[in-house]
Design a protein around this ligand. Structure first.
Ligand code: PLP
Length: 426
């Protein structure tokens, strides 16, 4: 299909996520059509290149069309694209489970349950935690705690945990009740006797606008959970696989959770695959008669192509010193953002490893009116300067693939600087 036919068919038949279609389908709106990608660049149907400024919605790690991941997926296609994981197994799933477990200290997170995406990885953790207490003699532990501003996905269970009013409030009548904590202090004031688990995005809340937790908070939360006998579920869907500068965010505070949810970067950003890891303690509670079984699963569980991509991605981490190389890029980004922070309409810059959020407004504590759509306008302007990313209201997310070169990092921040200067009201 050429550009014109693609746009016509799209506007006639498609429904995009998080999108107001009155605007999308308006005759004057020209959707950008991405037709190919290589490394940190995306190419549109008119042959223009852009830096992939949000790693294709926080998924891509080593770049697009990485030869090693491409080859692994192709090789698996010669065997089978997908076979049922219900009642059977396959070598790549077993190998990937072993490799994932090896990323954590011995005898900690030793069991892997595969699903499809970030939301389902969270659903699995919730159901495992709920059933764990039923089968561990504490059936009254039924409630989950999530934090204000939390985002854990859009399926009903995961979105019950969500604390972003614009996304979540409308569905509150259908969601299970969650105890909401605004801070660790508030959580500590709760009666913990009926709590099953606390769910948190460690170090940084993504969809809330790249909000950083205070240093030490995660370790303190783990201690509190241990003292109160409450399970801890870490949502590392965004932070996992190096984004914060370490393989997992929880390493930075030496925390081992009871569950960790992984998705997005698991396959290097190639295919939808997720994993929920847990401990032998949790696993053991599910052993026994059929009534102890976890009745949960999806058709594409442990998809072989996804496993092949994930194994190749982990091999790239091991063999191409990805995390070592990333430290220099994190430091460069830090320096460049320190300059950007001095622009008049930049009111805050928040960085956690290779994740950044740049907030625009009149002055600190004085945001633009929501109707001004400043964040969206900055992203439209950035596109003219060769950078694609998305705003979270007036915070612009900058999350580059790890393969990005130093000159591309400079270009990305330069594009953002110009876009902010052009698009923000003066
Ligand atoms: N958890 C976190 C922290 C996320 O950032 C996201 C998505 O952005 C999800 C869960 C949901 O993942 P998915 O969109 O793959 O369902």
């Amino acid at each position: 299909m050429n550009t014109e036919d693609t746009i016509a068919a799209d506007k006639a038949h498609l429904w995009h996520p998080f999108t107001q279609h009155k605007e999308w389908c308006a005759p004057e709106h020209d959707p950008l059509i991405i037709v190919s990608a290589e490394g940190a660049l995306l190419r549109d149907s008119e042959g223009r290149d852009y830096i992939d400024g949000n790693s294709s919605i926080w998924t891509n790690l080593h770049g697009h069309r990485h030869p090693r991941i491409d080859a692994a997926v192709r090789a698996q296609l010669e065997q089978a694209a997908h076979t049922s994981f219900l009642g059977f197994t396959h070598p790549l799933a077993a190998e990937l489970a072993r490799d994932l477990v090896a990323l954590f200290p011995p005898n900690t997170l030793s069991r892997v349950f595969f699903s499809d995406d970030g939301s389902t990885a969270i659903e699995v953790a919730l159901k495992m935690a709920a059933q764990f207490w039923q089968q561990s003699g504490q059936p009254k532990r039924t409630r989950f705690v999530a934090f204000s501003g939390a985002y854990h996905g859009d399926t009903m269970g995961a979105s019950s945990l969500g604390g972003i009013p614009a996304f979540h409030d409308r569905f509150s009548a259908w969601q299970f009740p969650v105890q909401r904590a605004g801070s660790l202090q508030e959580l500590k004031g709760m009666d913990s006797s009926a709590l099953a688990a606390v769910v948190i995005e460690p170090l940084i809340q993504g969809a809330a606008g790249m909000r950083l937790w205070p240093k030490g908070m995660l370790a303190e939360l783990r201690d509190w959970c241990d003292a109160e006998g409450v399970l801890l579920i870490l949502d590392e869907v965004m932070t996992g696989f190096g984004r914060t500068g370490t393989m997992f965010a929880c390493e930075q505070e030496k925390v081992i959770p009871d569950f960790i949810a992984l998705a997005k970067g698991l396959t290097g950003g190639y295919l939808p695959l997720a994993a929920t890891l847990t401990t032998e303690r949790v696993f053991a509670a599910f052993l026994g008669g059929s009534e102890r079984t976890l009745y949960y699963g999806h058709s594409y569980t442990a998809n072989a192509l996804g496993c092949a991509a994930a194994l190749a991605s982990l091999a790239i981490f091991r063999e191409e010193e990805v995390l070592d190389q990333l430290q220099r890029k994190i430091a460069l980004l830090d320096r460049l953002l320190a300059n950007l922070a001095r622009r008049p309409r930049v009111i805050d810059v928040r960085q956690c490893g290779f994740i950044a959020g740049i907030e625009v407004g009149w002055n600190a504590g004085e945001p633009f009116a929501a109707g001004q759509l400043a964040g969206a306008k900055v992203c439209v302007a950035a596109r003219r300067h060769g950078l694609l990313t998305r705003p979270i209201r007036d915070t612009i997310a900058l999350m580059l693939p790890y393969c990005v070169t130093e000159s591309q990092i400079r270009r990305a921040v330069d594009a953002l600087t110009r876009a902010i200067d052009e698009a923000c009201p003066s």
